[in-house]
Design a protein around this ligand. Structure first.
Ligand code: ADP
Ligand code: MG
Length: 722
């Protein structure tokens, strides 16, 4: 029999939650491991603090003398927290977080150990750029790169089993100034958005003092599986999802998991995890069960997009390591279990500042309403013009399993506004508001929308991009992804649209048109060109798929192989080059890296399928068959026979599985591709279906082979036993 799987079940059902002691009050632990403005104010002179505060809030460069003072204060603080090492943390083009650790220690001529940390060490580090994927940029002389401190994101202490390390959030840049990471484009996109937004606001007669910032609040879904099961599933360990597994008798059809009671061991994990987040100044706010069994969600309160993106990365790292401490494997994959609800990361996004507030908030005065309509219109135009780009920034082999399935947003990008706001924009489009507007400021009653849309019960859940009362929510983002790519796309398309709006608004105002009428005129043109993207119906329905493509001419890009080439589309190149967010080389290098990752992850899955089918599933099947054959023989010696042994069917399935494995091997050996695009499309159209073909046979066999012989933990075990 297969002792290890059954043994795992016994182990898990007998285990108790990890002892964690009592947690401390929030005020005792909040941001204790962060070197933020409050700590700097305590540690620095008035002048030095003023300089660094200016840098932190406006992104202005820091002079070397101040950098030295800050570095020294940071070092003293970090050492007092037990740190012996410091590390620049950066975000290469993949979704990972990278670190390079250095000791504070140097020895002096007398052989004594002293610590050193100067402004230049704080500001600049030198990892080896060539060991991180940099796409076509490695073809230039920019193979090596360096990291540079991003003072707008605070340094912090990371505690691990081997001690504490001072972590310094950084950008990663080539010697020739090209962005090799996900942070630089995010900072640039925010700057482009700020610049364009100021133009519009100043035409509206507003003085903008504080920089405008994009905000992000990301809702993270994840699965927890007990480590005893995970260790028996190479697919979960190496690919992050199950490549085999028959559907359980009890799935999520009962819908009893959502907001249900959280199992005790999971509760203890969540508490420990959230305490870590609080120490790091990450405002974890809600946690609950999700739709699928074994699935959970955590959503921190929103922050400025740059800090939110860093915190999101840190959260994913801590989630995995804390889960491990509690005997779980944390799965961030978008579709760990076929036939069970997948995981997403809803990216809530708005723009604003301390003086003007949130510009995507309709507000209560007619004047606020106008600004809101302009910014909301800019988003509508952006999603319409750059739906292809928005699809490309959420493309990955793993998210392909989710998009387009009947649970997650479809792969077609449309905008949901809600009934009331949609009718306002439709009235604008139909010219109904123009006459009214000529009378000066008018009340559109938009404050109603706030009240209505904030009620989650009334929201359309099938839309990939929805207005939710005071922000947009990009729901098609994958759970394992960095939020930076989606934020860059949103900020940049907004910058481009606000530029377009500013140009037309300026012309209309120069004609002597009254401000309210000018806004309506511009929005009327915008809606005539881009209103097609607004859709309030059922995004999952077949009618919508047909209408979207055939009537509205929206793009439907079902796989990453279809979506990633959008990075090279002429309108996307123009968008990034004109806004200064990415050069053409930088953009193309991203295509290369993402395409390579797509291809590689499917290859890894193909190899795992071959291996698991051959060395785990097939032997279990033959053992089962041997047993059945023995029994049949014994019985026939007694002139008896067994009916319903399914012997023939099992042999047929086993042969079918192994011949599909053979086909998969042949496909995997194919290396002759004219282009990356061709290779991607081969992976999507040939490899993926073959993976499924092997799986179908294996999953059928799972229902035939004696339970105690089956080597892989089954779906109902992994999902329901905690
Ligand atoms: P729901 O599940 O109803 O969509 P949650 O409360 O789980 O909502 O998550 C909403 C997320 O949106 C939170 O992270 C929240 O902080 C964030 N959010 C709220 N207001 C804004 C805003 N103006 N800009 C960006 N994010 C926001
Ligand atoms: Mg949400």
């Amino acid at each position: 029999g297969h002792a290890s799987r059954l043994n795992a079940i016994t182990q898990i059902t007998n285990r108790a939650p990890k002892e964690c002691g009592k947690t401390k009050p929030l005020t005792d632990i909040w941001a204790t491991d962060v070197f933020g403005l409050a700590k700097m104010e305590e540690a620095l002179s008035k002048n030095a603090f003023k300089a660094i505060k200016n840098t932190v809030t406006t992104g202005a460069p820091l002079d070397p003398a101040t950098a030295d003072v800050v570095a020294s204060a940071m070092k003293v603080w970090a050492i007092s927290k037990g740190a012996k090492f410091f590390s620049h943390v950066f975000y290469p083009m993949t979704n990972i977080t990278a670190e390079k650790h250095d000791g504070f220690i140097i020895t002096n001529p007398e052989g004594a150990a002293i610590t050193e940390f100067t402004g230049s060490l704080l500001i600049k580090g030198e990892p080896d750029g060539s060991s991180f994927p940099n796409g076509s940029l490695r073809m230039t002389n920019a193979a090596r790169g360096y990291t540079a401190w991003d003072p707008t994101s605070p340094a912090y202490i990371m505690h691990t089993a081997n001690g504490a390390t001072l972590m310094i959030p950084s950008v990663f840049i080539s010697w020739t100034g090209e962005a090799l990471d996900k942070k630089i484009p995010l900072l640039r996109s925010n700057a482009a958005m700020d610049k364009a937004a100021r133009k519009v606001l100043s035409l509206m007669g507003e003085e903008t003092i504080a920089p405008l910032n994009a905000s992000c609040g990301a809702e993270q879904e994840y699965f927890l599986v007990d480590e005893h099961f995970a260790h028996l599933r190479p697919d979960l360990l190496l690919a992050g999802r199950s490549l085999f597994g028959a559907a359980p008798a009890k799935g999520q059809q009962f819908d009893d998991h959502y907001f249900g009671a959280i199992p005790a061991r999971v509760q203890v994990f969540m508490q420990a995890f959230e305490d870590k987040l609080y120490r790091l100044g990450i405002p974890a706010k809600t946690h609950h069960n999700e739709v699928a069994p074994g699935q959970f969600e955590i959503a921190p309160y929103f922050e400025s997009s740059n800090v939110a993106a860093d915190h999101q990365q840190l959260m994913m790292t801590l989630m995995k390591s804390t889960a491990k401490e509690h005997g779980f494997l944390c799965l961030l994959h978008e579709k760990p279990f076929a036939g069970v609800n997948g995981s997403g990361k809803h990216v809530n996004w708005s723009v604003g500042n301390a003086t003007q507030g949130n510009l995507l908030d309709p507000g209560s005065t007619p004047h606020d309403n106008l600004n809101f309509l302009l910014f909301c219109g800019a988003v509508i135009r952006g999603v319409h013009k750059h739906g292809g780009l928005l699809r490309a920034v959420i493309a990955s082999a793993s998210n392909d399993h989710r998009l387009g399935a009947n649970e997650a947003p479809p792969a077609i990008l449309s905008v949901y506004l809600g009934d009331q706001l949609e009718s306002v924009f439709n009235d604008i489009k139909a010219g109904k508001l123009l006459e009214k507007a000529k009378g000066g400021l008018m009340d559109l009653g938009l404050s109603q929308i706030l009240k209505f849309e904030r009620d989650p019960g009334d929201r359309n859940r099938t839309s990939p991009f929805a207005f939710t009362g005071n922000r947009f929510e990009f729901r098609a983002v994958g759970s394992s992804q960095s939020v930076s790519g989606p934020l860059v796309a949103m900020n940049t398309m907004l910058a481009d649209s606000l530029d377009w709006i500013a140009e037309r608004l300026e012309a209309a105002l120069a004609n002597g048109t009254d401000k309210t009428a000018a806004v309506i005129v511009v929005l009327k043109e915008l809606m005539e060109m881009h209103g097609n993207v607004v859709f309030g119906g059922d995004g999952y329905s077949e009618e919508w798929h047909k209408e979207a493509v055939e009537v509205r001419c929206l793009k439907n890009l079902p796989t990453s192989a279809d979506a990633l080439p959008e990075f090279k589309a002429p309108e996307v190149i123009d968008l990034f080059v004109n806004t200064g967010v990415l050069s053409k080389d930088e953009l193309f290098s991203r295509f290369e890296v993402y395409a390579e990752q797509y291809i590689l992850s499917l290859e890894v899955e193909a190899k795992l399928v071959i291996d698991m089918a051959t060395t785990q599933i097939y032997p279990a099947v033959t053992q089962h068959l041997t047993h059945l054959a023995d029994v049949s023989q014994t019985l026939s010696g007694l002139s008896l026979s067994l009916e319903n042994t399914d012997l023939n069917e099992a042999v047929e399935q086993a042969n079918g599985m192994m011949s599909a494995v053979k086909e998969l091997k042949v496909a995997l050996a194919e290396h002759n591709f004219a282009s990356t695009e061709e290779h991607m499309s081969f992976s999507a159209k040939t490899l993926c279906p073959l993976l499924l073909k092997v799986r179908e046979h294996a999953d059928t066999l799972e229902g035939m082979v004696a339970d105690d012989l089956w080597p892989l933990p089954k779906y109902q075990e992994m999902l329901f036993i905690k």
